[in-house]
Design a protein around this ligand. Structure first.
Ligand code: ADP
Ligand code: UDP
Length: 236
């Protein structure tokens, strides 16, 4: 497979066409942004960690019956993925109140939710990724009823699996964001990435933050935190 022209440069990754029409290459950068791109910075080595971690987790999820875009890791920062048309929804699952959920509902950060929650944001930078409900998704035509149901089922399945998996590493999976897309044959697959950029991870014992909140909240120690999650995952 040959990497061809760059199609897109996002905040955290670059996307390239390949000589195979159904495959793309994603290239993970060290750039970090928060608050809809207002805060910018670099987390040295982040791209390497996120590439590896996302690929590891997607391969585990495939075995759990969640189809993903993962095809093959090509290098430290590059992975071949199935080309999909992204459904423009951020699918957010939560186990513990944090971030925007705590702010919106006045629920103290760290409060364990009575059951996992799921919400959608409309993935649209110009609008600031607003919260959107299922009626709105259907009314605008961002996805069909069947697609929403499947996405919801996959998202909760990802949560149950990852929650248990990380707990064994003494990591609490607080919340995370998923993106789904449609392949050329219409199959819905998990796309984008699963990493400390897109998940909140807390140490079970110390509640230390092991994710991008360290960057968002100017806490420092981002690289060490990302490395620590990776160290526990690989058992090194
Ligand atoms: P952003 O666009 O939010 O700045 P990134 O820097 O992570 O995010 O860029 C990656 C882009 O690639 C995102 O827009 C994401 O939706 C898209 N993407 C992820 N996986 C795939 C895929 N398999 N096929 C097509 N696009 C994808
Ligand atoms: N998240 C993400 N991308 C976004 C928004 C949120 O990956 O554009 C992740 C975030 O890392 C967290 C979860 O989704 O794990 C829930 O984030 P929240 O809604 O609390 O928003 P935030 O506090 O990050 O603004």
């Amino acid at each position: 497979m040959e990497k061809l022209a760059q199609l897109y440069e996002g905040k955290a990754k670059k996307v390239y066409a390949t000589d195979q029409p159904d495959l793309l290459v994603v290239d993970y950068k060290d750039d970090a942004t928060a608050f809809n791109g207002e805060k910018k910075g670099t987390i040295l080595g982040k791209g390497v960690i996120n590439n590896r971690m996302s690929n590891m987790l997607m391969q585990l999820l495939e075995k759990e019956g969640v189809p993903t875009h993962y095809v093959q890791e090509l290098s430290e920062r590059e992975t071949a993925v199935k080309k999909v048309s992204i459904i423009p929804l951020e699918v957010i699952v939560r186990n513990i109140a944090a971030g925007s959920f705590s702010k919106r509902y006045g629920v103290e950060e760290g409060t364990r939710l009575k059951q996992p929650s799921l919400e959608f944001s409309y993935k649209n930078d110009d609008l600031g990724d607003p919260l959107i409900n299922e009626y709105h998704v259907l009314a605008i035509g961002l996805a069909t009823r069947e697609e929403l149901d499947l996405i919801t089922e996959y998202a909760f399945r990802v949560n149950e699996f990852l929650k248990a998996y990380f707990l064994r590493l003494d990591i609490e999976l607080v919340d995370f964001k998923l993106e789904f897309g449609k392949t050329s044959d219409g199959t819905i697959v998990l796309a984008d990435e699963i990493s400390p950029d897109t998940c909140r991870f807390w140490d079970v014992h110390t509640h230390e933050k092991l994710d991008k909140d360290r960057f968002r909240r100017d806490m420092g120690g981002e690289v060490e935190a990302y490395k620590e999650v990776m160290r526990r995952l690989t058992g090194e």
